[in-house]
Design a protein around this ligand. Structure first.
Ligand code: ADP
Ligand code: MG
Length: 378
């Protein structure tokens, strides 16, 4: 219910007008003998309407209404004035934003109309403000959705271009077979130097092939169309072991100590190829962040939440800034050796398996990536 403050140093006014307002309006009416008293009550019970006498000892009506305007911006302000104060009162109407001034002796019907009008206007102002707020919120949401759309379209375009380039490069990479043949021939013919040169080419080509593979994987998921992944029941350990067998030929992984720890042999619904890709990406990242001979742990387990697959290293770790940008396409700290696509691909693979991927990392201490998948047993 709306409330009215009536302020006048003349108790005759507060009593008679207060009684009339209580009788004629549905509003809660409070009367005060001074501006200071009214101000003191403001914060506990902010009024909707303040009707104040103009001439009062101490704080005059104008000073009071100014203070009320500050504390309760929406309040409807009215000034009660004697006839002789009319001119200064009219000035005040503009200065403080007073809704109406009422001459003494007041015409009750006129005063009631003014109060009603003021409260109606206040209600309208509030509705307008709420509508404005809604509009602003909708605007914000729209902008966000728009930004998201633009980003995803841009990523789709990047994906298309990247996959075109990757395809071209991939074709040229078939030439690695020649380099391997040269290497074998040179070695057989006792030409160690040429064999070494050929080996440099083979290594470089293989690295390029890995990058092309990552870009192709990335591009596949950027088209916007959801590709249905066929998941089949599998022995997770066997799939991990297949991936680790491939990784033995990886130079960086080969130079680290890979520790496999199978605590339980879980079963899960997997896409074997994709899951192997996940294992390879994570172990490679771990190896690339670790010094030679450092331990990299690959842990398999299962509990009531499902299958747990962990890759933990004791390498460089990540700063909070790097951690925050993980999985953002093309974000890499490895310069031209990195594509910045590996972890994004991992996230997508885990998503396609209905699982979760969590990364814990501390600079200088290492990184622990935990993948949880729904288990077949649970
Ligand atoms: P890339 O390996 O091509 O850089 P990724 O998406 O695989 O792309 O990784 C992105 C970045 O995340 C890396 O450049 C690196 O800074 C950081 N990172 C990923 N894995 C690890 C890890 N195990 N330890 C430390 N940093 C990591
Ligand atoms: Mg990587």
């Amino acid at each position: 219910m709306a409330s009215i403050y009536l302020v006048d140093d003349d108790s005759l006014v507060t009593e008679s007008l207060g009684a009339a307002l209580r009788l004629e309006t549905p509003y809660a009416v409070r009367t005060f003998q001074s501006g200071a008293d009214a101000l003191a009550a403001l914060s506990a019970a902010p009024p909707d309407v303040v009707i104040s006498d103009f001439k009062m000892p101490g704080m005059d009506g104008l000073a009071l209404l100014k203070a009320v305007r500050k504390a309760v911006p929406e309040a409807v302000l009215m000034l009660l004035t004697g006839y002789s104060d009319k001119d200064s009162a009219i000035l005040a109407v503009n200065e403080v934003g007073i809704f109406a001034y009422v001459e003494k002796p007041w015409d009750l019907q006129d005063l009631l109309l003014k109060i009603k009008g003021g409260i109606e206007r206040q209600e309208l102002t509030r509705q307008l403000r709420d509508a404005n707020r809604d509009l602003e919120r909708q605007n914000r949401e729209l902008r966000l959705a728009h930004d998201r759309l633009v980003t995803s379209e841009r990523m789709a375009a990047v994906g298309r271009v990247a996959s075109g380039i990757a395809h071209e490069i991939g074709n040229q990479l078939a030439l690695v077979g020649y380099a391997e043949a040269i290497k074998a021939k040179a070695r057989a013919g006792g030409n160690g130097e040429i064999a070494e040169f050929a080996d440099v080419i083979v290594t470089a080509q293989k690295r390029l092939a890995d990058m092309v593979g990552e870009i192709k994987d990335f591009a596949r998921g950027q088209g916007g169309e959801a590709v249905e992944v066929r998941l089949e029941p599998a022995d997770v350990t066997a799939v991990v072991d297949e991936a680790l067998a491939i990784l033995r030929y990886d130079r960086e992984v080969g130079a680290r100590e890979l520790v496999r720890d199978v605590r339980r042999r879980p079963l899960a619904r997997l896409h074997r190829g994709k899951f192997a890709q996940l294992v390879i990406n994570l172990v490679r990242n771990a190896a690339q962040a670790s010094p030679a001979k450092a331990k990299i742990e690959v842990i398999l387990d299962e509990d009531e939440r499902g299958v747990i697959f962990v890759v933990a290293d004791h390498g460089s770790g990540m700063t909070p800034e790097v951690l925050a940008r993980l999985g953002e396409p093309f974000f890499t700290t490895r310069g031209e050796r990195g594509t910045g696509l590996g972890l994004g691909i991992c996230r997508r693979i885990v998503d396609e398996h209905g699982g979760q991927l969590a990364v814990e990392s501390a600079p200088g201490q290492g990184t622990r990536v935990t993948v949880t998948l729904p288990g077949l047993r649970s």
